[in-house]
Design a protein around this ligand. Structure first.
Ligand code: COA
Length: 326
Protein backbone atom coordinates (compact mmCIF):
# COMPACT_ATOMS: atom_id res chain seq x y z
CA UNK A 1 0.00 0.00 0.00
CA UNK A 2 1.26 3.49 -0.90
CA UNK A 3 0.82 6.68 1.15
CA UNK A 4 -0.01 10.33 0.65
CA UNK A 5 -0.30 13.51 2.74
CA UNK A 6 -3.29 15.69 1.94
CA UNK A 7 -3.87 17.74 5.08
CA UNK A 8 -1.87 20.08 7.30
CA UNK A 9 -2.45 22.37 10.27
CA UNK A 10 -0.10 24.53 12.30
CA UNK A 11 -0.17 26.49 15.52
CA UNK A 12 2.10 28.92 17.28
CA UNK A 13 1.60 30.37 20.75
CA UNK A 14 0.46 33.98 20.92
CA UNK A 15 3.32 35.53 22.93
CA UNK A 16 5.47 37.23 20.30
CA UNK A 17 9.16 37.72 21.08
CA UNK A 18 11.09 40.17 18.90
CA UNK A 19 14.90 40.32 18.90
CA UNK A 20 14.76 43.55 20.92
CA UNK A 21 13.52 41.45 23.90
CA UNK A 22 17.05 40.00 24.29
CA UNK A 23 18.70 43.45 24.12
CA UNK A 24 17.12 44.18 27.51
CA UNK A 25 19.15 41.59 29.45
CA UNK A 26 21.98 40.36 27.17
CA UNK A 27 24.89 41.88 25.32
CA UNK A 28 23.34 41.43 21.88
CA UNK A 29 21.56 43.40 19.18
CA UNK A 30 18.69 42.94 16.79
CA UNK A 31 21.19 43.48 13.97
CA UNK A 32 23.57 40.70 15.17
CA UNK A 33 20.73 38.23 15.52
CA UNK A 34 19.29 39.07 12.07
CA UNK A 35 22.67 38.96 10.33
CA UNK A 36 24.02 35.79 12.00
CA UNK A 37 20.79 33.76 12.10
CA UNK A 38 18.09 35.36 9.91
CA UNK A 39 15.71 35.37 12.89
CA UNK A 40 13.43 38.39 13.44
CA UNK A 41 10.69 36.95 15.59
CA UNK A 42 9.64 33.86 17.56
CA UNK A 43 6.73 32.84 19.81
CA UNK A 44 6.82 31.50 23.37
CA UNK A 45 4.25 29.33 25.08
CA UNK A 46 2.65 30.66 28.26
CA UNK A 47 3.82 29.22 31.57
CA UNK A 48 0.90 26.79 31.71
CA UNK A 49 0.89 25.98 27.99
CA UNK A 50 2.67 22.75 26.97
CA UNK A 51 3.64 20.83 23.85
CA UNK A 52 0.41 18.80 23.91
CA UNK A 53 -1.62 22.05 23.91
CA UNK A 54 0.21 23.18 20.77
CA UNK A 55 -0.31 19.76 19.12
CA UNK A 56 -4.04 19.80 19.84
CA UNK A 57 -4.36 23.30 18.34
CA UNK A 58 -2.40 22.20 15.22
CA UNK A 59 -4.68 19.16 14.77
CA UNK A 60 -7.76 21.37 15.27
CA UNK A 61 -6.39 23.73 12.58
CA UNK A 62 -5.84 20.74 10.26
CA UNK A 63 -9.49 19.74 10.71
CA UNK A 64 -10.59 23.31 9.94
CA UNK A 65 -8.40 23.46 6.83
CA UNK A 66 -9.48 20.12 5.36
CA UNK A 67 -12.36 17.70 5.31
CA UNK A 68 -11.09 14.69 7.24
CA UNK A 69 -12.62 12.25 9.68
CA UNK A 70 -10.42 11.99 12.78
CA UNK A 71 -12.40 8.93 13.91
CA UNK A 72 -10.56 6.98 11.22
CA UNK A 73 -7.12 7.86 12.62
CA UNK A 74 -5.47 4.65 13.84
CA UNK A 75 -2.05 5.92 14.96
CA UNK A 76 -0.61 9.17 16.35
CA UNK A 77 3.09 10.06 16.25
CA UNK A 78 4.36 13.14 18.06
CA UNK A 79 7.94 14.17 17.33
CA UNK A 80 9.26 16.32 20.15
CA UNK A 81 12.24 16.91 22.41
CA UNK A 82 10.06 18.84 24.85
CA UNK A 83 7.22 16.50 25.91
CA UNK A 84 4.93 17.69 28.71
CA UNK A 85 6.25 14.69 30.67
CA UNK A 86 8.05 11.49 29.69
CA UNK A 87 4.93 9.58 30.77
CA UNK A 88 2.19 9.75 29.54
CA UNK A 89 3.23 10.45 25.97
CA UNK A 90 2.17 13.68 24.30
CA UNK A 91 0.54 11.53 21.60
CA UNK A 92 -1.78 9.89 24.14
CA UNK A 93 -2.75 13.33 25.48
CA UNK A 94 -3.65 14.32 21.90
CA UNK A 95 -5.59 11.06 21.44
CA UNK A 96 -7.83 11.67 24.43
CA UNK A 97 -8.31 15.41 23.93
CA UNK A 98 -9.21 14.98 20.25
CA UNK A 99 -11.52 12.03 21.03
CA UNK A 100 -9.78 9.64 18.67
CA UNK A 101 -10.79 6.13 19.74
CA UNK A 102 -8.28 3.23 19.86
CA UNK A 103 -5.34 4.90 18.09
CA UNK A 104 -1.80 3.63 18.73
CA UNK A 105 0.26 6.45 20.24
CA UNK A 106 3.97 7.15 20.44
CA UNK A 107 6.30 10.09 20.97
CA UNK A 108 9.56 9.99 19.08
CA UNK A 109 12.79 11.73 20.01
CA UNK A 110 14.84 12.74 17.00
CA UNK A 111 15.20 16.45 17.77
CA UNK A 112 14.98 18.69 14.70
CA UNK A 113 14.84 15.61 12.46
CA UNK A 114 11.75 14.34 14.29
CA UNK A 115 9.01 15.43 11.91
CA UNK A 116 10.64 13.73 8.91
CA UNK A 117 11.37 10.61 11.01
CA UNK A 118 7.66 10.61 11.92
CA UNK A 119 6.61 10.70 8.27
CA UNK A 120 9.05 7.89 7.46
CA UNK A 121 7.65 5.72 10.28
CA UNK A 122 4.06 6.43 9.20
CA UNK A 123 4.92 5.56 5.59
CA UNK A 124 6.38 2.26 6.86
CA UNK A 125 3.31 1.38 8.95
CA UNK A 126 1.07 2.02 5.96
CA UNK A 127 3.35 0.01 3.63
CA UNK A 128 3.23 -2.86 6.14
CA UNK A 129 -0.57 -2.79 5.92
CA UNK A 130 -1.05 -2.47 9.68
CA UNK A 131 -2.38 1.11 9.73
CA UNK A 132 -4.17 3.42 7.28
CA UNK A 133 -4.47 6.92 8.71
CA UNK A 134 -1.75 8.42 10.89
CA UNK A 135 -1.39 11.84 12.48
CA UNK A 136 2.23 13.01 12.52
CA UNK A 137 3.01 16.15 14.47
CA UNK A 138 6.25 18.00 15.12
CA UNK A 139 5.85 20.20 18.18
CA UNK A 140 8.08 21.97 20.67
CA UNK A 141 8.06 24.29 23.65
CA UNK A 142 11.79 25.02 23.52
CA UNK A 143 11.37 28.23 25.50
CA UNK A 144 10.94 26.00 28.58
CA UNK A 145 14.42 24.48 28.12
CA UNK A 146 16.31 27.60 27.04
CA UNK A 147 19.31 28.93 28.94
CA UNK A 148 18.58 32.67 28.94
CA UNK A 149 22.11 33.43 30.16
CA UNK A 150 23.67 31.95 26.99
CA UNK A 151 23.42 34.60 24.28
CA UNK A 152 24.60 32.26 21.51
CA UNK A 153 21.74 29.80 22.00
CA UNK A 154 18.79 31.55 23.69
CA UNK A 155 18.21 33.88 20.76
CA UNK A 156 17.66 30.91 18.43
CA UNK A 157 14.72 28.98 19.82
CA UNK A 158 10.95 29.34 19.42
CA UNK A 159 7.80 27.32 20.12
CA UNK A 160 5.30 25.93 17.62
CA UNK A 161 3.59 22.89 16.17
CA UNK A 162 2.63 21.40 12.83
CA UNK A 163 0.47 18.36 12.07
CA UNK A 164 -0.14 16.34 8.92
CA UNK A 165 -2.11 13.18 8.19
CA UNK A 166 -0.28 10.40 6.38
CA UNK A 167 -2.82 8.03 4.83
CA UNK A 168 -3.08 4.96 2.65
CA UNK A 169 -3.42 5.74 -1.05
CA UNK A 170 -3.39 3.96 -4.38
CA UNK A 171 -0.90 6.62 -5.51
CA UNK A 172 2.70 6.66 -4.39
CA UNK A 173 3.30 10.24 -3.20
CA UNK A 174 5.87 9.51 -0.47
CA UNK A 175 9.02 8.53 -2.32
CA UNK A 176 12.42 7.27 -1.18
CA UNK A 177 14.00 8.37 2.09
CA UNK A 178 17.38 8.68 3.78
CA UNK A 179 18.35 8.48 7.46
CA UNK A 180 21.77 8.93 9.04
CA UNK A 181 23.32 9.62 12.45
CA UNK A 182 26.71 10.33 13.99
CA UNK A 183 26.22 9.84 17.73
CA UNK A 184 29.78 10.91 18.48
CA UNK A 185 28.43 14.49 18.20
CA UNK A 186 25.96 13.87 21.07
CA UNK A 187 28.02 16.11 23.36
CA UNK A 188 27.69 19.04 20.92
CA UNK A 189 23.90 19.43 21.22
CA UNK A 190 21.96 18.10 24.19
CA UNK A 191 19.24 18.76 26.71
CA UNK A 192 20.80 18.39 30.15
CA UNK A 193 18.00 16.86 32.21
CA UNK A 194 20.04 14.06 33.80
CA UNK A 195 23.46 13.87 35.39
CA UNK A 196 24.70 11.31 32.84
CA UNK A 197 27.86 12.00 30.82
CA UNK A 198 27.50 12.18 27.02
CA UNK A 199 30.42 10.73 25.04
CA UNK A 200 32.40 10.98 28.29
CA UNK A 201 31.53 14.68 28.76
CA UNK A 202 30.04 15.46 32.21
CA UNK A 203 26.57 17.04 32.14
CA UNK A 204 25.18 19.49 34.69
CA UNK A 205 21.44 18.74 34.92
CA UNK A 206 19.94 22.25 34.54
CA UNK A 207 17.20 21.11 32.12
CA UNK A 208 18.41 23.44 29.36
CA UNK A 209 19.65 22.95 25.81
CA UNK A 210 23.40 23.31 25.37
CA UNK A 211 25.27 23.35 22.10
CA UNK A 212 28.56 23.95 20.44
CA UNK A 213 27.09 26.25 17.78
CA UNK A 214 30.09 26.30 15.44
CA UNK A 215 30.48 22.50 15.43
CA UNK A 216 26.76 22.00 14.77
CA UNK A 217 26.82 24.63 12.03
CA UNK A 218 29.72 22.94 10.19
CA UNK A 219 28.23 19.46 10.58
CA UNK A 220 24.83 20.71 9.34
CA UNK A 221 26.29 22.29 6.19
CA UNK A 222 28.41 19.29 5.20
CA UNK A 223 25.71 16.72 6.10
CA UNK A 224 22.90 18.56 4.32
CA UNK A 225 24.97 19.08 1.18
CA UNK A 226 25.86 15.37 1.00
CA UNK A 227 22.48 13.99 2.01
CA UNK A 228 20.39 16.18 -0.32
CA UNK A 229 22.45 14.95 -3.26
CA UNK A 230 22.21 11.35 -2.02
CA UNK A 231 18.44 11.64 -1.62
CA UNK A 232 17.72 12.98 -5.10
CA UNK A 233 20.01 10.39 -6.67
CA UNK A 234 18.31 7.59 -4.67
CA UNK A 235 15.03 8.80 -6.15
CA UNK A 236 16.48 8.74 -9.67
CA UNK A 237 15.97 12.49 -10.13
CA UNK A 238 18.13 15.63 -10.12
CA UNK A 239 18.12 18.76 -7.95
CA UNK A 240 16.39 20.61 -10.81
CA UNK A 241 13.41 18.20 -10.56
CA UNK A 242 12.63 19.43 -7.03
CA UNK A 243 10.19 22.36 -6.94
CA UNK A 244 10.87 23.27 -3.29
CA UNK A 245 13.43 22.25 -0.68
CA UNK A 246 12.27 22.40 2.95
CA UNK A 247 15.27 21.82 5.22
CA UNK A 248 14.94 22.22 8.97
CA UNK A 249 15.17 25.96 9.71
CA UNK A 250 18.08 26.12 12.18
CA UNK A 251 19.88 29.20 10.88
CA UNK A 252 19.33 31.13 7.64
CA UNK A 253 23.09 31.05 6.98
CA UNK A 254 23.10 27.23 7.05
CA UNK A 255 20.36 27.21 4.37
CA UNK A 256 22.12 29.87 2.28
CA UNK A 257 25.47 28.05 2.42
CA UNK A 258 23.95 24.69 1.46
CA UNK A 259 21.92 26.20 -1.39
CA UNK A 260 25.01 28.00 -2.69
CA UNK A 261 27.12 24.83 -2.59
CA UNK A 262 24.46 22.84 -4.42
CA UNK A 263 23.51 25.61 -6.87
CA UNK A 264 19.92 25.74 -5.59
CA UNK A 265 18.27 29.18 -6.03
CA UNK A 266 17.16 30.53 -2.62
CA UNK A 267 13.61 31.07 -3.99
CA UNK A 268 13.31 27.27 -4.04
CA UNK A 269 14.25 26.94 -0.38
CA UNK A 270 11.39 27.44 2.08
CA UNK A 271 12.11 28.50 5.65
CA UNK A 272 10.33 29.28 8.89
CA UNK A 273 13.35 30.76 10.69
CA UNK A 274 12.60 34.46 10.08
CA UNK A 275 9.21 34.53 11.77
CA UNK A 276 9.39 31.58 14.18
CA UNK A 277 13.09 31.07 15.07
CA UNK A 278 14.39 27.51 15.36
CA UNK A 279 11.33 25.49 16.35
CA UNK A 280 13.10 22.12 16.00
CA UNK A 281 10.57 19.39 15.06
CA UNK A 282 7.96 22.03 14.13
CA UNK A 283 10.08 24.01 11.67
CA UNK A 284 9.44 21.92 8.54
CA UNK A 285 5.62 21.79 8.80
CA UNK A 286 5.58 25.54 9.57
CA UNK A 287 7.57 26.26 6.38
CA UNK A 288 5.52 23.76 4.34
CA UNK A 289 2.25 25.36 5.49
CA UNK A 290 3.49 28.86 4.71
CA UNK A 291 4.68 27.67 1.28
CA UNK A 292 1.16 26.42 0.52
CA UNK A 293 -0.81 29.35 1.93
CA UNK A 294 1.47 31.87 0.19
CA UNK A 295 0.63 30.17 -3.12
CA UNK A 296 4.18 29.01 -3.87
CA UNK A 297 3.71 25.25 -3.37
CA UNK A 298 1.12 23.87 -5.80
CA UNK A 299 -0.57 20.46 -5.93
CA UNK A 300 1.77 17.80 -7.42
CA UNK A 301 4.90 19.87 -6.75
CA UNK A 302 7.92 17.74 -5.86
CA UNK A 303 9.24 18.59 -2.40
CA UNK A 304 12.38 17.53 -0.57
CA UNK A 305 12.07 17.62 3.22
CA UNK A 306 15.21 17.17 5.31
CA UNK A 307 15.50 17.46 9.08
CA UNK A 308 18.74 17.47 11.08
CA UNK A 309 19.78 18.11 14.64
CA UNK A 310 20.53 16.63 18.07
CA UNK A 311 21.99 13.16 17.83
CA UNK A 312 23.43 14.43 15.61
CA UNK A 313 20.93 12.88 13.26
CA UNK A 314 19.36 13.53 9.90
CA UNK A 315 16.33 12.27 7.92
CA UNK A 316 15.03 13.23 4.49
CA UNK A 317 12.22 12.34 2.11
CA UNK A 318 11.18 13.31 -1.41
CA UNK A 319 7.43 13.60 -1.84
CA UNK A 320 4.75 14.81 -4.18
CA UNK A 321 2.66 17.54 -2.57
CA UNK A 322 -0.99 16.49 -2.34
CA UNK A 323 -2.09 19.26 0.03
CA UNK A 324 -4.57 21.84 -1.17
CA UNK A 325 -6.27 24.34 1.14
CA UNK A 326 -10.09 24.54 1.17
N1 COA B 1 24.93 38.54 20.16
C1 COA B 1 26.13 39.08 19.94
N2 COA B 1 27.26 38.36 19.84
C2 COA B 1 27.14 37.04 19.96
C3 COA B 1 25.92 36.39 20.17
C4 COA B 1 24.79 37.21 20.30
N3 COA B 1 23.56 36.70 20.49
N4 COA B 1 26.12 35.05 20.23
C5 COA B 1 27.42 34.86 20.05
N5 COA B 1 28.06 36.05 19.89
C6 COA B 1 29.48 36.31 19.68
C7 COA B 1 30.37 35.23 20.23
O1 COA B 1 30.59 35.41 21.61
C8 COA B 1 31.62 35.44 19.42
O2 COA B 1 32.33 36.51 19.97
P1 COA B 1 33.94 36.46 20.05
O3 COA B 1 34.37 36.41 18.60
O4 COA B 1 34.26 37.73 20.76
O5 COA B 1 34.28 35.21 20.79
C9 COA B 1 31.09 35.90 18.07
O6 COA B 1 29.74 36.32 18.29
C10 COA B 1 31.07 34.80 17.02
O7 COA B 1 30.62 33.61 17.65
P2 COA B 1 30.28 32.31 16.84
O8 COA B 1 29.84 31.23 17.78
O9 COA B 1 31.39 32.02 15.88
O10 COA B 1 29.02 32.85 16.02
P3 COA B 1 28.32 32.18 14.83
O11 COA B 1 28.38 33.08 13.70
O12 COA B 1 28.76 30.75 14.66
O13 COA B 1 26.81 32.14 15.35
C11 COA B 1 25.27 30.51 16.17
C12 COA B 1 26.47 31.38 16.50
C13 COA B 1 24.90 29.71 17.41
C14 COA B 1 24.12 31.42 15.79
C15 COA B 1 25.64 29.58 14.99
O14 COA B 1 26.86 28.93 15.26
C16 COA B 1 24.60 28.55 14.73
O15 COA B 1 23.50 28.87 14.36
N6 COA B 1 24.98 27.26 14.85
C17 COA B 1 24.06 26.18 14.61
C18 COA B 1 23.23 26.01 15.81
C19 COA B 1 22.03 25.16 15.53
O16 COA B 1 21.52 25.19 14.46
N7 COA B 1 21.60 24.44 16.55
C20 COA B 1 20.44 23.64 16.46
C21 COA B 1 20.63 22.54 15.46
S1 COA B 1 19.17 21.93 14.93
Amino acid sequence: MHATISSIGIYHPLKEIKNSYFEEFLETTDQWIKERTGIENRYYALENEYTSDLCVKAVEALVKNHTTNLQEVDFIIVATSTPDQTLPSVASRVQTRMNIPHAGCIDISAACGGFVYGIILAKGLIAAGTHRKIIVTGAETLSKVTDFTDRSSCILFGDGAGAVIVEASSENHLLKVITDTDGSYGKDLYLSNKNIPINGKPVIPDNNIHQNGRVVFKWAVSTLTKKIEELVSKNGITLEDIDYFIPHSANMRILETVCKELGIPMEKCLESIKNYGNTSAASIPLAWYNGITSGRIKPNDKLLLIGFGGGLTCAGICLQNNIEMK
